[in-house]
Design a protein around this ligand. Structure first.
Ligand code: ATP
Ligand code: MG
Length: 473
């Protein structure tokens, strides 16, 4: 039995379908009941055909000219919106027509999106420069891109086992595929002989899941041989660079050694010449007995100079292992100061001052005394034996540690900038009798104490040295 009209209306409303009668003479639509919401803006005072999208008007006109039932899809203007509708047309016995309109805009939109996505995927698969394939849940080829076809041949419906491949390759792919089918993400690097040449591949097989279930495998196989080759080339040039650098360092070391040998030879030849001269004069008997003590003094002085050079050189080059134990700095500084004034014969003309104190510093007594004596000696020599030399000891709170700070000031002539730049290099000297080793020794010893040495010098205003040494806990 047919449902009563009211029930039919409710049913149609539930389906979101709009049912209308089309008057053939006027072409106007009359709703057969309440219309669904999506037809709200429909202009019922205009003929139906005028509301149909212009491109679809010919086919709709044709459909309306035939009798019987038919369904067609076309565009429809509802207010300012162009929707896509599926219209079923039925002729009634009274000569009018009933139209049932259903909105299919969203479905059509989805279908178009799917088509676009599919086309995009196919293009991507075809143009990707590496092998790309999909296996079904039995490990059979479902899809291959042209690169994969070129590599494995057309494999649709077959497993790796059935392909014409070397056994080792087959086994490797089968193993990876079965691990991926078990849900594992497989990624590995393999090398194969391709056309007699070894090539490297980065293989990856990933499970394709539908929810929790693995329904297939997505395989990607990239030829990374060029990458590997450039990596090897890079490694090769790096090791070449290292070798060149080593050779350079060695050459520099030899150059430094050569320079040192030349300076030492020069320094030794001068006193040796004076000694040889004095001896020769005495041997030839051309020296009066009263002049002889003078010659003996030359010999003694020059011998002392040679001895000093050898001692300085040894201090500089000999690798010393320091024994550091916490001691106060002040007695050490006092000793070094006294010793310097005495050896430089400057006790009367140079006034000295030693003030302040600092906590004990881990130090090697002999080595650090030698370093400070070098700084004091330089100051006394710079002041030409007369002036003021002050030494201040204090504590400095650094960011990470405490320092004992020794500040040494002289009233000498200061240093020109060309000397300043190379001051710590061995054999840099401006003194006729200097070896240029003093400051090289100072820096070496201070660094062995994990300390720092800095200076400030203004020509005409004297020089200030600051030595910082870490205070022991
Ligand atoms: N307090 C200072 N005032 C001015 N110039 C200085 C001072 N200390 C060092 N110099 C300069 O630095 C140079 C290098 O000093 P360094 O102690 O290394 O060698 P040197 O004193 O010339 O020789 P050596 O110490 O080997 O006998 C000195 O020749 C001098 O020109
Ligand atoms: Mg010196």
């Amino acid at each position: 039995m047919a449902p009563p009209p009211n029930d039919l209306q409710a049913l149609l409303a539930g389906l979101d379908i709009g049912v209308m009668a089309l008057d053939e003479a006027s072409g106007l639509l009359t709703p057969a009941g309440p219309l669904p919401q999506w037809l709200d803006g429909l202009e019922l005072d205009r003929p139906f055909l005028a509301l149909v999208s212009s491109v679809d008007q010919p086919q709709v006109r044709r459909a309306l000219a035939t009798t019987g039932r038919l369904t067609l899809e076309h565009g429809l203007w509802v207010g300012s919106l162009e929707l896509h509708v599926r219209t079923s047309v039925a002729s009634t016995s009274t000569g009018t027509r009933s139209l049932a309109l259903q909105d299919v805009t969203a479905a059509r939109h989805d279908a178009r999106q799917w088509r676009e996505l599919e086309a995009w995927l196919v293009t991507m698969a075809e143009t990707l420069p590496f092998d790309f394939f999909i296996l079904d849940r039995d490990g059979r080829f479902l899809l291959q891109n042209p690169a994969s076809v070129k590599r494995f041949g057309s494999a649709f419906g077959r497993t790796f086992f059935e392909l014409e491949l070397p056994d080792a390759m087959k086994e490797s792919f089968l193993r990876a595929a079965s691990r991926a089918l078990d849900g594992e993400q497989v990624r590995e690097e393999r090398s194969w002989l391709v056309g007699g040449v070894e090539r490297s591949f980065s293989q990856s097989m990933s499970p394709v899941r539908d929810g929790e279930v693995v329904v297939g495998v997505l395989g990607i196989d990239i030829d990374i041989t060029p990458l590997k080759q450039s990596e090897a080339a890079l490694r090769q040039s790096l090791s070449e660079l290292e070798a060149t650098q080593e050779a350079l360092v060695r050459r520099k070391q030899f150059a430094a050694l050569g320079e040192m040998a030349a300076v030492v030879a020069h320094e030794v030849r001068n006193p040796l010449g004076s000694i040889a001269n004095a001896i020769s004069l005495m041997q030839r008997g051309v020296v009066s007995p009263s002049e002889q003590p003078q010659l003996w003094k030359v010999i003694a002085d020059e011998t002392k100079r040679l001895d000093l050079l050898v001692a300085d050189l040894l201090d500089f080059v000999r690798p010393v292992t320091l024994t550091l134990s916490p001691r106060p700095l002040e007695p050490l500084l006092a000793r070094a100061l006294r010793q310097t004034l005495w050896t430089e014969d400057a006790e009367s003309a140079v006034s000295t001052r030693l003030e302040g104190s600092a906590p004990p510093v881990p130090l090697d007594d002999r080595q650090l005394e030698l370093a400070f004596a070098n700084l004091f000696r330089n100051a006394v020599q710079a002041m030409n034996g007369r002036g003021a030399l002050s030494v201040d000891v204090s504590t400095e709170e650094g960011e990470r540690q405490r320092w004992a700070r020794v500040t040494i000031r002289d009233t000498g002539p200061g240093m020109p900038s060309e000397v300043k730049e190379r001051l710590f290099e061995p054999f840099v000297t401006t003194r006729a009798s200097g070896h240029g080793l003093g400051l090289a020794i100072v820096r070496k010893v201070v660094e062995q104490h994990h300390g720092e040495v800095r200076f400030e010098s203004v020509p005409g205003e004297g020089t200030t040295w600051v030595v910082r040494l870490p205070v022991g806990e």
